[in-house]
Design a protein around this ligand. Structure first.
Ligand code: HEM
Length: 411
């Protein structure tokens, strides 16, 4: 493994996620990078190495134990990725604490329990499609704002009993948390802001518990003492945040892939491949989390000639791993619904494997076929190259997705 030791400065605006992932992969399976704020880290770009390190007990998640720069106060609240390291949640702890916090929510997200939510997903989808159909024909409609964003946001707010009037507040804070172009003072203000919004939510559930996951977490805190107050808020932030933007990215990228590959669209709309093939191939080729922050080396880790030094942050470049030719062959870049290798790392791997994978798959498996059934002439309203990224190097999404629902206007 070769490296010239000179860090690659990550484009914090995420202006071309796939081009950057490809460049990083060319530099090697593990690449020294510089994160915003001059923070040194490693980005893991190969499928095989990412999978190996996901399962390596020397690769850990707790910044308060394993990241000296954080412990020493060098990483301030104004660091653009602060909400990824400063919350008390399952995703930032290891071992017993991880099992304890994950165990409080994971049962609600198991595949069988989640399948019981299908009628709710279908209802939300049908309602959103009806509203889309009200748009005047021949005018572009933003499918991100009117379909891909509200479905997962409404779902997660239903599951967590977030009252209608608090939804915008909570979701806006979570959206800002993945914006890596925010000026420092805004990053810090956002961190404070979401904490207040989520504390208000827990207070409301304490006063009037409901049959929802927030109320169950509040009870686990109040009655059983299974988690601290800050773990309660952190868990909510973690699950609410993880459950919205990721699914939105999956939906928008799947729609763009189908609309820009008519042969692939025909394969699925004529039933030659399944919608599950569409979902898994989109997850592989367009990993919704492009650069997964952060893990840390608990000790020096030797990898065929390079050393990831103890205490150094590690990002899994899932965008690069998903298109790794060593795993997927020379056509790894191609969106191919007939690909036989359906495995990918886009939901992670090992102990921290995505809690919400079944929910994400359920939402997409309802939303995508329903959209293409209802609007068989759906067309992009701009060329694929004109679609703009949202201003983050962590997420692989779109700022907007303009489409014509009933085909391009005549003339
Ligand atoms: C397409 C959609 C989604 C993608 C691509 C995705 C991706 C991921 C990935 C890569 C991880 C691993 C994190 C790590 O190892 O550091 C993860 C963890 C997690 N995801 Fe998802 N996710 C999605 C949807 C959801 C949904 C809908 C929820 C809703 C509840 C959710 C909740 C979580 C939680 C709580 C974790 C932390 C698990 C842990 O640390 O043990 N995700 N997700």
């Amino acid at each position: 493994m070769e490296s010239n030791g000179c860090p690659y400065v990550i484009d914090r605006t995420g202006s071309d996620i796939q081009a950057e992932a490809a460049r990083l992969r060319e530099l090697g399976p593990a690449v020294p990078v510089e994160l915003p704020g001059g923070v040194p880290a490693w980005s893991i770009t190969s499928y095989a190495l990412a999978r190996r390190l996901f399962a390596d007990p020397r690769v850990v998640k707790d910044p308060r134990r394993y990241w000296p720069a954080f412990v020493d106060g060098e990483i301030g609240d104004d660091w653009p990725l602060i909400s990824w390291v400063k919350m008390d949640s399952m995703t930032l702890v290891d071992g017993d604490d991880h099992r304890r916090l994950r165990g409080l929510v994971a049962p609600d997200f198991g595949p069988r329990r989640i399948e019981t939510q299908r009628p709710l997903v279908e209802r939300i989808v049908a309602d959103l499609l009806d509203r889309l159909a009200e748009h005047p024909a021949g005018h572009p409609v933003d499918l991100r704002a009117n379909y891909a964003a509200p479905l997962p946001a409404q779902m997660i707010c239903e599951l967590f009993g977030v009252p209608e009037e608090a939804r915008l507040e909570v979701l806006h804070g979570l959206e800002l948390a993945v914006d890596t172009t925010l000026p420092p003072e805004q990053a810090a203000a956002n961190l404070a802001h979401w904490q207040v919004a989520l504390r208000e939510l827990t207070a409301a559930k304490r006063a009037a518990p409901g049959d929802d996951m927030t109320s169950r977490l509040v009870q686990a805190h109040d009655r059983q003492g299974l988690l601290s107050e800050s773990e309660l808020v952190g868990s909510l932030f973690n699950v609410l945040g993880a459950g919205s933007e990721t699914v939105m990215n999956l939906l928008t990228k799947a729609v763009v892939a189908l609309l820009s590959h008519p042969d692939q669209r025909e394969l699925v709309t004529t039933g030659k491949v399944s919608w599950s093939d569409v979902i898994e191939e989109t997850l592989r080729a367009e990993a919704p989390i492009a650069q997964l922050p952060l893990r840390f080396a608990a000790e020096d880790i030797e990898l065929d000639g390079i050393t990831i030094g103890k205490g150094t942050p590690i990002l899994m470049c899932l965008a690069a791993a998903g298109r790794d030719p060593e795993r997927y062959g020379t056509d790894a870049e191609t969106f191919d619904l007939t690909r036989s290798d359906k495995e990918h790392l886009s939901f992670g791997y090992g102990a921290h494997f995505c809690v919400g994978a079944a929910l994400a798959r359920l939402e997409a498996s309802v939303a995508l076929p329903a959209l293409f059934d209802r609007f068989p002439d759906l067309t992009l309203a701009v060329r694929p190259g004109e679609l703009e990224p949202p201003g983050t190097f962590i997420m692989n999404g779109l700022r907007s997705l303009p489409v014509y629902l009933t085909g391009p206007p005549a003339g």
